[in-house]
Design a protein around this ligand. Structure first.
Ligand SMILES: [Cu+2]
Length: 878
């Protein structure tokens, strides 16, 4: 392993020493680092600091002593599967095996495998340079509430076969008191899926105004168990009014098997507004009236009324339900719909797919969302979410989180240390604590910075209190905990229910994640460190519990309006290994992220990057027929958007407080093809042809001589396409105003994401059309991933394609509620009315209530501002 090289004699090697030849016959004398050393004749000596330098005392022919110095060079080449390691004592190291041998099979260090009918878990570990196999019996998750006869064994672990329980007549669901998430695990439809065994699954949703930290929370969070009491919604410990279903947030999980029939009776117990529920990700084939979009597929459910949704769960995957009215989703009306099937693609990659591993994030404000909406749009109030919740809970550090990054000492590391924390860090007066924390001026600067728009457009100064000082409770509220057992792999199902512009970057300390599905469609697995998700998206990933038994942070970091320029919003949950202490990880909760690694679906990032992968670059694993493959689509639409400085009469009144008249509270309007969507006066699916004369789009308006770049266009934006066509949409974020990001959700259909790129900080629609004409918009048709919600990079484009085989009126919109609500939306009319299913018998209507439009018609029947005689579709043929 070593080669000796004679360096030189007598001379000093490096800066080592002064060498003195002795007068005696027996010794060489050497001064090394001020120490005098005697080396006996014909012997060697080496320094502990550099064992590779060897001093040798030699006798010369003249019988004099001299010192020869040798430098040893080590051979560091090792055989395959061995790795060279330096020695701490000797000059040269050794080659060490990087694998364990068990039954003549090599296993890499760190790998985990099962044997003995999956009952034994083996791991190749490393200790004192020797890899060895450690084995332990698989420990199984506990089974709650299962009758003895229904317990079966699979993969060495007992599980509850609910189908068996079903046959034994579990209590009817409305007889079970469904007061919190755990109770929904008793629902008979949550079961092992068996092909051909479909059920009808009934749920009752009561939508009502409620409150976080209500009296149902008793002494939460000082008494932690109180935070889990029925109807206790701790959120982040900050009191506010909310809107929720069944006094839960997130609301009840609907977990069914593919082709089950879902029946949900939605009771509107709100005080003063309608409601409706959209089943996001489910396509409502043959049931377009159940899509839950007020004014498109139904009338909003009036106060005090019940509406019954009935539809088939015909596409499997991780989906979610949420209110599609106003800001109700942001106030708490959201929950998971998980549709499983007997054989899942990628199921060989994980051991468990449990209700416990549904992970829903939402951006969170401390005032009701409508209040934030009106304050932002009418008086320049902040639209930046100060916090994020994971499964409806989390801590809130508020302004403290800005200071935490400045002073590492002043952070509570466990939920118990609040008092200690409080004594060193005055919560009420952040700036007075120490010289290292931010002072009053800096604090004001942080606040000012927080409210400044990036584009430099005037933005009002946000009063500090609006960021919200955390209450004592807000730091004590327990983090959400996800339990795992070392040696197993878990399918996590993530839903981003966000309503503002706060993309979430997820990561798990010490772990990577393997992404296997998005929006209900299987993907070729990709192992990544970070996953960014946008409002309305769902991503499934596998977490391999292969680290030391312990507690690790699952981190959700906000981007865009939640990033360090504004609120630095973040939240944590805990990945808890069985056997680890019941406590939070030792790391400090912080917005900071020092980790590096592959990032998936990153914010405003184009394709072809080394460290990130866009959604368009993922590969579909689905085995369905891909109907979009033809080189040229049948219909191609360019949809461009930006924020425009127009006198939008919803927020500005010319000559009173016009866009150019005011400095504070000036609102830029997001529009699709320069049109603000006006929701139809009557639900379009029900009114059928009655409304067609009010529909508009870019070409119909142009044909009337209306240039929407100059005037404010506000009409029912509709694109019409026939059945069985391939439609391509090129979504372009021109990105001149603000450095923003929008994500689009299409109802009723999947689309293939066939291209995505960022061309610069901004781009015009003309430039994109020109690139397309020259064939320079990259498209990947084969194996392109299917989704229903996708981001568009700012200053770039996303190309989607879909096949029109689901007739109906389908909403296409930005999934940021503040944008959709001000008209960043349009409707797709797929097929003719005659091809759409008829509404269910006795389907409620609201036609007898007159609308603004009816009134306008009566008073001015000949001059409807943007009326169009017939709607023709602009087809851009190439
Ligand atoms: Cu948007």
């Amino acid at each position: 392993m070593m080669v000796k090289v004679l360096l030189f004699t007598i001379l000093c090697y490096q800066s080592c020493a002064e060498i003195i030849q002795t007068q005696t016959d027996h010794m060489c004398e050497l001064i090394l680092d001020t120490k005098i050393l005697f080396i006996p004749a014909n012997e060697t000596w080496s320094s502990s600091e550099d064992p590779c330098v060897v001093y040798k005392c030699l006798k010369t022919f003249e019988n004099e002593n001299k010192i020869e110095i040798e430098k040893i060079e080590c051979n560091i080449t090792c055989p395959e599967d061995y790795v060279y390691k330096n020695s701490t004592k000797d000059c040269c190291g050794s080659c060490y095996a990087t694998f364990c041998m068990l039954d003549d099979v090599k296993h890499k260090i760190g790998s985990i495998w099962k044997s003995d009918n999956n009952c034994t878990v083996n791991e190749c570990v490393y200790n004192s340079d020797e890899p060895y196999v450690t084995s332990y019996k698989k420990s199984c998750p506990k089974i709650n509430s299962c009758e003895l006869e229904s317990i079966e064994v699979k993969d060495c672990c007992p599980y509850c076969n609910s189908m068996k329980s079903m046959r034994k007549n579990l209590p009817l669901i409305n007889e079970v008191k469904l007061t919190n998430r755990d109770k929904y695990r008793l629902h008979p439809c949550l079961r092992e899926c068996v092909e051909g065994q479909e059920l009808t699954c009934y749920y009752e949703f009561v939508v009502e105004n409620f409150q976080t930290m209500s009296k149902a929370c008793y002494n939460c969070p000082s008494n932690m168990t109180d935070c889990y009491k029925p109807h206790c919604i701790p959120a982040d410990g900050m009191m506010r009014s909310i809107t929720v279903v069944n006094r839960m947030m997130p609301g009840p999980n609907i977990e069914v098997c593919v082709n089950d029939t879902i029946i949900v009776d939605v009771k509107n117990h709100l005080m003063s507004e309608g409601t409706s529920i959209h089943w996001h990700g489910l396509h409502q084939r043959n049931t377009p009236y159940m899509d839950g979009v007020p004014q498109i597929t139904q009338c909003a459910i009036p106060v005090g009324q019940i509406f019954r949704y009935t539809f088939r769960a015909d596409n499997s995957g991780t989906h979610f339900w949420h209110s599609h009215l106003g800001m109700q989703r942001g106030d708490g009306v959201y929950g998971a719909i998980i549709v499983r099937k007997a054989e899942e693609l990628n199921e060989n990659l994980y051991d468990y797919d449990l209700s416990d591993h549904i992970l829903i994030t939402i951006d969170w404000t401390h005032l009701p969302a409508t209040s934030i909406f009106t304050s932002h749009h009418h008086s320049g109030g902040s639209n930046k979410p100060p916090n994020i919740l994971i499964n409806g809970r989390g801590k809130y550090f508020g302004n403290l989180s800005l200071a935490i990054t400045n002073n590492d000492e002043m952070v509570p590391t466990t939920t118990e240390s609040f008092e200690e924390f409080e004594t060193t860090f005055n919560i009420e007066n952040v700036e007075e604590t120490t010289t290292e924390s931010i002072n009053q001026d800096e604090h004001q600067e942080v606040i000012n910075r927080s409210s400044r728009s990036i584009s430099g457009a005037p933005a009002p100064v946000q009063p500090p209190e609006k960021l919200g000082n955390p209450s004592q409770e807000s730091i004590l509220v327990p983090f959400e905990v996800f339990n795992v057992v070392k040696g197993f792999r878990y399918r996590f199902r993530h839903i981003n229910a966000g309503f503002l512009n706060c993309p979430i970057q997820l990561s798990i300390d010490n772990h990577t994640i393997t992404v296997i599905s998005s929006d209900g469609n299987a993907l070729e697995p990709v192992e990544a460190t970070f996953l960014t998700t946008y409002a309305g998206e769902r991503w499934d990933f596998i977490v391999n519990a292969n680290q030391e038994v312990g507690n690790y942070f699952i981190r959700a970091r906000g981007g865009m309006d939640c990033d360090e320029r504004f609120t630095s919003a973040f939240q944590m949950a805990v990945l808890h290994y069985q056997g680890a202490p019941e406590e939070d990880p030792k790391e400090k909760p912080s917005y900071d992220m020092k980790r590096e690694g592959l990032a998936l679906n990153s914010l405003n990032t184009g394709s072809g990057q080394e460290t990130s992968i866009t959604a368009a670059e993922l590969k579909s694993y689905e085995k369905k027929e891909n109907k979009i493959l033809k080189p040229e689509p049948d219909y191609k639409f360019f949809i461009s958007y930006d924020f425009y400085g127009k006198d939008n009469p919803l927020f500005h009144v010319e000559n009173l407080y016009g866009f150019n008249q005011v400095e504070i509270g000036r609102i830029y309007t997001p529009q699709l093809n320069h049109i603000t969507m006006q929701m139809p006066a009557k639900p379009a699916m029900l009114a059928k042809g009655l409304l067609d004369s009010t529909f508009c789009n870019e070409s119909s308006l142009l044909s009337q001589g209306i240039n929407c770049r100059e005037v404010f266009c506000h009409c029912t934006h509709v694109l019409q396409v026939p059945l069985n066509a391939v439609v391509e949409m090129i979504l372009v974020d021109e990105g001149f105003t603000y450095d923003a990001n929008h994500m689009f959700h299409l109802h009723g259909n999947y689309f293939n994401v066939i291209g995505m790129d960022r061309l610069g900080t901004n781009v015009t629609i003309q430039e994109v059309k020109e690139l397309d004409r020259m064939g320079r918009l990259r498209r990947k048709l084969i194996d392109s991933p299917q989704k229903d919600t996708v981001t568009v990079p700012d200053g770039g484009y996303t190309i989607i394609r879909f096949y029109t085989d689901n007739p109906g009126m389908w909403f296409l919109h930005c999934h940021i509620d503040f944008h959709a609500e001000v008209g960043m939306a349009m409707m797709l009319k797929i097929g003719d009315y005659s091809e759409m299913p008829s509404p269910p018998k006795n389907f409620p209507t609201c036609f007898d209530v007159s609308s603004d439009e009816d009134r306008e018609k009566r008073s001015n029947s000949n001059s409807l501002k943007f009326s169009i005689f017939l709607l023709f579709i602009q087809v851009l043929l190439y």
